[in-house]
Design a protein around this ligand. Structure first.
Ligand code: 5GP
Length: 199
């Protein structure tokens, strides 16, 4: 039987570069699957349903909560976000590694349910840079950016609950670091089916 896969949780302030990092890492690691979250936030220009998020109405999101279909869910900056349970569980059962981009509240819930998960915190090079990136992205209103910056200050304090940190000064460097973390975690003896090794 194949060893069970594991979940990698990537958190970090909005604008730290989680999406860019994920797009760079996913093609580099075979058997790494991205868990698409559900959200009640409206799509930003260019975002696609089923690719970036499952964009749901409030009542649809509530129905998923009521049916127990989320592994975790949380409210962030006025909208709800959740990780659909089934995709993650199916991948883990097949021995795959799953990566999710979730906020610190969701990460806390996952840590309780899946203590063998790997928790990674992505930091922007500086707070000033974070503010610049949020403005440059140009997809959120000034008010939304202000809200996200305020949350960012609270979020970085949660780093103490994570296993690893990555500083996103340079995309290639950050990408190598995340790849190294995932490879090292895959090589953990405790995660490995020893009958697959030449022992
Ligand atoms: P954004 O609106 O910028 O795409 O995401 C806002 C925040 O929601 C980010 O911190 C992101 O990590 C978080 N987020 C995205 N998907 C999920 C999810 O499924 N669950 C939780 N708890 N947070 C999520």
């Amino acid at each position: 039987m194949k060893a069970r896969g594991f979940l990698v949780v990537l958190s970090g302030p909005s604008g730290a570069g989680k999406n860019t990092l994920l797009s760079a890492v996913l093609p580099r690691i075979p058997d790494l699957k991205y868990s698409v979250s559900a959200t009640t936030r409206p799509p930003r220009p260019g975002e696609k349903h089923g690719v970036d998020y499952y964009f749901l109405q409030d009542d649809e999101f509530q129905e998923m909560i009521d049916r127990g279909e989320f592994l975790e869910w949380a409210e962030f900056a006025g909208y709800r976000y959740g990780t659909p349970r089934r995709f993650v569980e199916e991948c883990l059962a097949q021995g795959l590694t799953v990566i999710t981009d979730i906020d610190i509240q969701g990460a806390r819930q996952i840590k309780q349910r899946m203590p063998d998960g790997v928790f990674v915190f992505l930091l922007p090079p500086s707070f000033e840079e974070l503010e610049k990136r949020l403005h440059k992205r140009g997809t959120d209103s000034a008010e939304a950016i202000g809200r996200r910056l305020k949350i960012a200050l609270e979020e970085v304090a949660a780093i103490v609950d994570y296993d690893y940190w990555i500083l996103n000064r340079d995309l290639e460097e950050a990408c190598e670091q995340l790849v190294a973390i995932i490879r090292a975690e895959r090589a953990r003896v405790s995660r490995t089916d020893l009958s697959t090794l030449p022992l």
